[in-house]
Write a protein that binds this ligand. Structure first.
Ligand SMILES: Nc1ncnc2c1ncn2[C@@H]1O[C@H](COP(=O)(O)OP(=O)(O)O)[C@@H](O)[C@H]1O
Ligand SMILES: [Mg+2]
Length: 319
């Protein structure tokens, strides 16, 4: 990986705190010793006025997220506040107190309220909609949108996984053909769903829950796309953390209609697509990956493989 050249973490943190006009830090801690942060070095500082901030320093040089964050917040999306940033990949953020939804699921404290709030947090960004048939990235200071037919995207993704399926899961051939027909049959309904802002990297480590709210953090990859694609990714991550999928309380908080059969179709296409992707080999070859992150990814890979075996059973609801 290329090193961002913003400098030694403590110096960078001091520089960003000074630039933001915040008071000096009284203590600084490295966060993330268990390998949660794959892309960033993370430090938390307590300031003399008692406030907490987080410094994220990307391992690769990255343009300041300032304009992107302003755009998201101007549209009512409650990202953490951005206090200061540079163009080398360092940024100073509001610290969101609480625990990640991943920890909260692991220690059994993720109750219905936490999930309802998570649903409300996703609804907030999915409410920022775009005209039909657009998709693309929300970059540092521009949006790169292309006209995209969501039906064609789903079918293309499914077709692109074909060689992997033939090699590793030939028994799924019939079930995936059923999914393909289901998508084609429901094309009109799929096309009527408006694209919206998506977080772009939803997983339980990027959601912080506390006694008041659930907040999405790690806004490196926001995009415009289909809300169902993002919901199905989160559903899959809930499963990767040991649940069946998103609980009903999530959908209460989301509070807008979610056609469960379409959600399942998105999830199947996403699951097979991820299994067929180059991610797993790339992570296998990444020497800098912390052990905790590696064992988490190995576990996720196995769980995805296990879930894929059950696809012929779950698709009986797709008619
Ligand atoms: N603003 C924040 N408030 C509270 N905790 C944070 C914040 N930013 C990061 N963290 C903690 O650090 C971890 C990794 O940070 P993240 O921004 O997701 O980096 P990465 O891109 O490396 O995944 C998160 O899972 C969370 O525990
Ligand atoms: Mg993250």
């Amino acid at each position: 990986m290329d090193d961002g050249d913003s400098g030694a973490p403590l110096e960078v943190m001091d520089r960003l705190i000074a630039a933001s006009g915040l008071p000096a830090p009284v203590s600084v801690h490295t966060i993330d010793s268990d390998g949660n942060g794959l892309d960033n070095r993370l430090m938390r500082a307590e300031l003399t006025d008692g406030r907490m901030v987080v410094m994220r320093q990307s391992r690769v040089a990255t343009t300041s997220p300032r304009r992107r964050v302003d755009f998201l917040r101007a549209n009512g999306i409650n990202t953490p506040k951005l206090f200061a940033s540079d163009d080398a990949g360092a940024a100073l953020w509001e610290y969101i107190s609480g625990q990640t939804l991943a920890d909260s699921v692991a220690n059994g404290t993720a109750d219905r309220t936490a999930w309802r709030r998570t649903g409300a947090a996703l609804a907030e960004l999915h409410a920022v909609t775009f005209p039909a048939s657009l998709e693309g990235t929300i970059d540092a200071d521009s949006l790169s949108l292309r006209t995209t037919d969501p039906v064609e995207s789903l079918l293309d993704n499914l077709a692109a996984s074909g060689p992997w399926v033939e090699k590793h899961r030939p028994r799924l051939r019939g079930a995936l053909e059923h999914v393909r027909c289901f998508i084609a049959d429901r094309a009109t309904q799929i096309r009527t769903a408006r694209p919206s802002v998506l977080h772009g990297d939803v997983n339980l480590l990027n959601i912080v829950v506390n006694e008041d709210e659930a907040r999405l953090i790690d806004w490196d990859f926001p995009r415009v796309g289909q809300p169902l694609a993002e919901l199905s990714a989160l559903d899959e991550h809930a499963y990767l953390h040991g649940l069946d999928g998103l609980p009903s309380s999530f959908f209460e908080g989301y509070d807008r209609p979610v056609p469960r059969d379409l959600l399942l179709a998105y999830r199947i296409v996403g699951c097979i697509g991820w299994l067929a992707s180059g991610d797993w080999e790339e992570w296998d070859r990444a020497p800098e990956l912390p052990d905790a992150a590696r064992s988490r990814l190995d576990k996720w890979h196995q769980r995805l493989l296990d879930w894929s075996i059950g696809i012929p059973e779950v698709i009986t609801t797709l008619r």
